[in-house]
Design a protein around this ligand. Sequence first.
Ligand code: AMP
Ligand code: MG
Length: 275
Amino acid sequence: MEIPLGRYRRAPGSDTDLVSIDPAETGPFPPNGEGRKAARKLLKRQRDRLEALQRLLYADGSQALLAVFQAMDAGGKDGTIRRVMTGMNPQGVRVTSFKAPTEEELAHDFLWRINRALPRKGMIGVFNRSHYEDVLVVRVKGLVPEPIWRRRYDQIDAFERRLVETGTAVAKFYLHISKEEQRERLQARLDDPEKHWKFDPADLKERSRWNDYLAAYQDAMARCNSEFAPWYVVPANHKWYRNVVIAQVLIDTLEGMGLNYPDPDFDPAAVCIDG
Ligand code: AMP
Ligand code: MG
């Protein structure tokens, strides 16, 4: 089953009108139980492939992969990371969640904490929120003066170009949910005592700025998008579709990196193990 990744990958230089992209889309799968079942089966196969590719990335040892996840509150970042990364060797993956900056982080430039979390060669780095918060929440809430956040688009672009040129592939995901879907997910957090910890009353304030966030996301995608570090808008109302889209992007990205198992510097056929 072919997932139309070309449709979700933002073309460099193009504008993204998020309102015109259907968050409930399910691509080649019917939007029902049948589709969900088929997608879950596919995800199992994708995980096997990802595990093999991760092993290859590690053995190759000359490049890294950075996957950036951004979304509105309750957009599914945690669930995506849990579902898609399951099966990978934990030694080869490092997940970093970026919260409101600490005093020490604020005392440095905005990319300082990001640089420190970058994956080593051979590793997959996963960012749960990222440097993009510095042109999203920071812009929407006016946490720094406009001329400062405006300059960050070029700074982010240059930073990502440097990453790619030095051997770290970058894939950026915006998990696209509808405002109604967010309402349902936030309500579910209120209804289930085991989910209360996930509910943050401050999220309602952010929700009231939905359109400001959309505008900020659209600008980030227009200004910081390139062949070398593309943005993907992932329809994310249906978690099962979201998962297979993201898994496929990661597979395609890893397959495109030209990874190889290194040649041994000895002749394995000539080695004789005693006993
Ligand atoms: P959560 O992902 O629900 O744990 O929340 C993390 C919070 O940290 C969110 O409200 C983000 O908007 C906030 N946050 C992350 N990065 C930044 C940043 N650079 N500046 C301000 N707030 C941030
Ligand atoms: Mg939150």
